[in-house]
Structures are given as C-alpha cells and as structure tokens.
Design a protein around this ligand. Structure first.
Ligand SMILES: O=P(O)(O)OC[C@H]1O[C@](O)(COP(=O)(O)O)[C@@H](O)[C@@H]1O
Ligand SMILES: [Mn+2]
Length: 650
C-alpha cells in the first residue's frame, strides 16, 4: 500500500512539480468548491419532437427567463423581458424580423447589447473564469471577457463600455455578436442535461435530436424502452427492426428511416403493394396527422400492415428461441383459426377484425415467406451498416445507461419492478434471478454485449435482450404485464387492449417502498429523490407528477403531439439549481415559427418542489466530492515535498 501511495505521489508530482504549483492547484480547487452548484436540467419522453425539444433546451425550462427577471426585476416590462428571452432563444430569426420593423437599428443594437451583456454577466458569475473562457466563442472570446468582468480600476466604466459597443456596431459585427452572446447565455444557463429516456418514436425528428445532443456541452442519458428498441435494431435484432419500422409507419414517419438514416424501404414498399394491393388495411390506419397525399397514405398503411405481420412472425421466433423470457402466451398467430376468423386468447374466443393474411401459412404461422425473409435480410444489413444510425447508437452507449445516481438523485426511465407486496421483483435472465439494482446492471451489460461481445452466442443474447427490454414484463424500462400490440390492431374488445402497469406505479406514495428503492441504489432516505419518466401525466384527471411528498417525480415531458391531442396531457421538465428543485409545467408547443413570432414560451408554470435552506455549492455535489479528494491528494503531495520525501522538480 505504501509503495502504491509513493508511486501515485510520484505521478502526481509530474503534474504538479513544485510546492508552488501544487499549492496553486489546491487554492483553485478550493475556490471552485465555494461556487454555487451548476444548474441541472431534466427532460424525458421527447419522442422525436425536435422543435419542442430544441425550444425547451434553449429556454432551459424557464431558467433563461428567471435570469432575465433576476437581472432586470421591475425595471423592465414583462413584454420586453419576453422579447429579450425570445431573442436569446432564436437570435438569428428574431433579428431578421426586427430589422424589418425597427427604424433605428443602431439604438436597438446598443440597448440589446447592453441587456445581453448584463444577462451574460449574471449567468457567468456562477462559474470559474476558466470554465467561462472555455465556453466563449473563439471570435469574440477576448471582448466578451472584457465586457463581463468587473473592472475596478476603470473609473469611467460607461465610456469604456460604450467605446467597445460602438466599435462593434460601427464595424458591422453587432448581429454576429448578439448571436454569440445569446448562445453563450443558453450555454451557461444549464450546466448539465439529463435525458431520462425515450428520445425515439412517434415524432418526426429523433435523428435531429440526436445530432443536437451530440453537440451539447454536457449530457447523460438514461435509455428509455424506445431508445433500446432502436439500439436493438441498429444491432441487427429482427424483432427490434420490425417494431421500429412499424412505429415509423404507424405515425407516418417513414422519412426518418429513408431520409434521416438512408435506409432503403423500397423492397418493403414493393412487397406491400404486391401483397396487400386490394386490401384496405383498415386495422392499420395511421396515428397523428402526417402530411400525406392519398397515394402516399395508401402505400404507408400497406407497409404498416406488411411490417406488422412480419413483426408478429419474427417475435414468435424470438419467443420460441428464448423460453426463459416466459412469453409463450404472447405468441398468438397459431391461435388464429384462419377459417372462422376467430382467435383464442387466455381461453376466450374473439373475432379478428382483419382476416386477410396471405403470407401466413397456418401450419407454420411464424415462418417468413421467401419474400419476407429477403426483405428482413436486406433491412438487417441496412440497419447494421447505416453510419449515422451507428454513430447515434454509439453516443447512446457512451453517454448513457439504464440508470444513474447523480447528486443524490436516482434517475431511470421506467420503474424498479416490484411485487404486489412492494418487494423487489425477481426477474430471470438467462437462467439466473436478478432484482433491483442487480437487474438493472445485468440488463445493461447485455445491451453492451449486443454490440461488443466477441462471442457470437453472447452477442445474440445481448441483442435478444434488447428486444425483451422493449416489451418484457420484467423490464424496468417497460413496467407493464404485456404489450398488447396484436390485440390493439386486431380485436375490437377494448378490455383486451389493456396493459397492466407494474405495482411500482401504485406504490409511489408509500414511503417505505420508496426508501427501499433508494437504499437499493445506495442512497439515504433523506435529501434524495427518484426521477423517472415513461408514464404520461394525465393532468386533466387530476394526476400529479409529484409523489411521496416530493421524493418521487414522474416527469414525462409530454412532448408527443399525438398523445397531447388525445388526452390533454401536460408535460413536465425539471430544473435543479443551487436553490432547489423546480418543476416546470409545459403547454403544448405550437411551432418554432409561433415561438418566434408570438414570442410564446411553452413553459407556463413553475412549481418549486423543494427549496434548500442553504444555497447548494459545488462542494455539496458529486463533483465537489471528487474535487475534495483531489485536494486531499495534493495536500499529501505538498506534505511529501515539505518533509523531503519527494523532491521538487525544478
Ligand atoms: O400509442 P402507440 O404509439 O401505438 O403505442 C402504444 C404502445 O406504446 C407503449 O405505451 C410503450 O411506449 P411508451 O414507453 O412511450 O409508453 C406500449 O405499452 C403500448 O402498447
Ligand atoms: Mn417509455
């Protein structure tokens, strides 16, 4: 041990070779510990709605607006504040409009620059100089630093300031400078972003969201069931591929695959036209309001049906291959009587709403036809070899996981599967039983194996496990007894469509249970929270996202347009700044266009869930803990220098 410590100190002394250098670093780190904690932003269930996502990212769920309020208080009208906020969110677009209306642009530039610099000063004051410097846009780094740093030596600050601003305007750089300042404010307002799952499916732009996340300065992701579905598809798992395409078809979003990811769907389209040419495919009507011509609509519903039938077949094969999944009862194709058009489910007979299954051989209902097989082979290759998709999935793998413990909060997308008694529910994974945190970790390791395992068998298990995570009863990301896709397409009886939620969801007011979950993940019962998404909060029915006196927050972002329309669901996002936790309730997002034009902000209401007694500092956070460790190590090094154990490297 002593030897290890000596070696470690030697290494450290290479980085801090003198007493002076080690001391400076200790002082710097100590200074960081005493700064206010950075703002964390939590978003979930974005479901491909890239415009709404982008807006919430820009407004920091109300954080930018709060900064403006802090700086200008009563000295600015609410309208002006909103205009300034909109400018900060959409500087380029907003200025285009202003230029058309404003008569004296020079005055406008002056006032605006002054205002932006004030907001910028306030947002930057929470951080060290070095951190702010790293965030500065290179073109304006020097001048911004000048403007946002207090200059006690300069007595006539106003004229110093004015001369800089006048020069910027005179040489025609005002617009670029306004854009740079606005983006800097956005960048500094939120220090770290958490995405609590479900970036993909239902909306039109998940690939755009992924690109934005890759650019974002600091983010972690807790995978949602839809994200793992896409990961499985990218890994070449056929059940996942079929589901991904089915959901894209269902929402009129096949463009995501064709244009976004360059996956060729022509073979599927041809096959669908040939096979279901005269079939009205009434069970496969689209959801949402895709911008389609009647012909496009016709083609899409046929593709929707074609891929759904393929899905039921390949899923049947996966279920047979993996008896451990215990999903035999989800295999329903062999329960259809193709002559009478009845299907038997749980001992009851139901009439099928669709009776046209030209590719299903009643003797071998789960076998793909030769054409279907050919399509799946091509799709598998296309998913595996799509560069953009693979890049997006690698990002999910690198920045994400199934859960995260961060600054005393436990984050996951769905739930921790529980028994009816509120105990951790054991789930069998390839012959062994896991629960709670162990279950999470085992499943996550299989997801990674699905991409990286050398052993082909393990890799295949990993891939199949991704499909299971999407819809399995024991999946913490799904948290329901079954996914009733078959019933929802083919049976009229709504009772059969019901998917029963895991007992977890009805026990969130039970403090003993909640503490049990927290303890399972190594967290104490006090000062900690569970943050999850996945279940839309039906505010119309009086549902509340805050449970267990504020210990649990279910913050489905409610971004999904199709869901908003049907149930009046409100979305929630969460902010955790140095003063506490703030829940933001959102109204439906109309469009980026409206946000700029009408200056409407979808963030409507802020509910303070928890206000800390003492402002939280970096020293109180996880990073603070690491910094304190570094300080301790450096102090040991200092001691070694001073006692002569290690010589300075002068
Ligand atoms: O309404 P849709 O898009 O058909 O999806 C319904 C399906 O989505 C699920 O709710 C899963 O998606 P979520 O993770 O967004 O809840 C299934 O349980 C359900 O069968
Ligand atoms: Mn989900």
């Amino acid at each position: 041990m002593k030897e290890l410590e000596a070696r470690y100190l030697e290494r450290l002394s290479q980085l801090y070779p003198t007493i002076a250098k080690a001391s400076t670093e200790i002082i710097n780190l100590q200074a960081i510990l005493n700064l206010p904690k950075g703002t964390e932003h939590f978003l979930t269930d974005i479901h491909g709605e890239h415009e709404a996502f982008s807006h919430v990212l820009k407004n920091g769920s109300g954080s930018v607006r709060r900064k403006i309020d802090d700086v200008f208080g009563n000295t600015m009208s609410s309208r002006d504040k909103q205009s300034l906020a909109t400018l900060i969110y959409y500087p380029k677009e907003k200025m285009e409009r202003i230029k058309k209306e404003e008569e004296n642009m020079e005055d406008w530039y002056k006032i605006t620059l002054y205002r932006l610099i004030e907001v910028c000063k306030r947002t930057a004051s929470k951080y060290t100089r070095s951190k702010v410097r790293k965030a500065l846009p290179p073109d304006f780094a020097y001048v911004i630093e000048e403007l946002i740093t207090e200059k006690s030596e300069i007595t006539d600050k106003e004229s110093y300031y004015n001369s800089i601003v006048n020069t910027i305007i005179r040489i025609g750089r005002a617009e670029k400078f306004i854009i740079a300042l606005s983006e800097l404010i956005q960048r500094l307002t939120v220090d770290h972003l958490h995405i609590v799952g479900d970036i993909y499916d239902r909306g039109p732009g998940p690939h755009i969201i992924m690109d934005q996340l890759i650019q974002y300065h600091s983010v972690d992701i807790q995978w949602g069931n839809h994200d793992v579905l896409w990961m499985g598809a990218a890994a070449g798992q056929r059940g996942c591929i079929a589901n991904v395409i089915r959901i894209c078809a269902r929402y009129g979003n096949l463009d995501i695959l064709e244009d976004g990811y360059g996956i060729n769907l022509l073979p599927l389209a041809n096959f669908a036209m040939n096979t279901y040419g005269d079939d009205p495919c009434t069970c496969f009507k689209l959801r949402g309001e895709p911008d389609y011509s009647p012909d496009e609509m016709k083609l899409d519903v046929k593709m929707h049906k074609a891929i759904s039938v393929i899905q039921f077949k390949v899923e049947g094969q996966i279920i047979k291959k993996n008896p451990g999944f215990q999903m035999n009862d989800r295999n329903l194709l062999h329960k259809i009587n193709f002559e009478t058009g009845m299907v038997e489910i749980d001992g009851k007979e139901y009439p099928m709403l669709d009776r046209n299954f030209p590719t299903v051989d009643p003797r071998k209902p789960y076998a793909l036809s030769a054409e279907e097989e050919d399509i799946m082979e091509r799709l598998e290759k296309a998913f595996l070899h799509c560069e953009r998709l693979q890049r997006h999935m690698r990002f999910l793998l690198n920045k994400g996981g199934l859960y995260k413990v961060y600054n005393n909060n436990l984050l996951y997308h769905g739930c921790v599967p529980l028994t009816a008694e509120g105990e951790l529910m054991p789930v069998r994974i390839y012959g062994r039983s896991y629960k709670g945190r162990g279950l999470y970790e085992e499943l996550e390791s299989y997801v990674r194996k699905g991409f990286y395992a050398l052993d082909e068998k393990e890799k295949e298990r990993g891939r199949d496990m991704m499909w299971y995570i999407w819809l399995g009863e024991g999946s913490p990301l799904f948290g329901k007894d079954k996914m009733a896709t078959f019933e929802r397409y083919f049976l009229e009886d709504k009772e059969t469509h019901k998917e029963k939620k895991n007992p977890y969801y009805s026990m969130l007011e039970n403090e003993t249970v909640v503490n049990r979950i927290l303890a399972e993940f190594g967290l104490p019962p006090e000062g900690t929270h569970i943050i999850n998404g996945h279940v839309p909060v039906k505010s119309k029915n009086g549902e509340n996202p805050i449970k267990c006196g504020g210990k649990v927050m279910v913050i489905d972002g409610g971004f999904s347009k199709a869901y908003q329309k049907e149930t009046g669901i409100a979305g929630y996002t969460l902010i955790y700044n140095s003063y506490g936790l703030i829940l933001a309730a959102h109204e439906p997002f109309e469009s980026t266009e409206a946000a700029i034009e009408k200056e409407s902000d979808i963030h409507s209401d802020s509910i303070v869930v928890k206000r800390v007694v003492q402002r939280k500092m970096v020293g109180d956070t996880d990073i603070g803990r690491e910094l304190k460790e570094q300080i301790r190590d450096l102090e040991t090094l200092l001691e070694a220098y001073r006692s002569g154990r290690i010589a300075e490297r002068l």
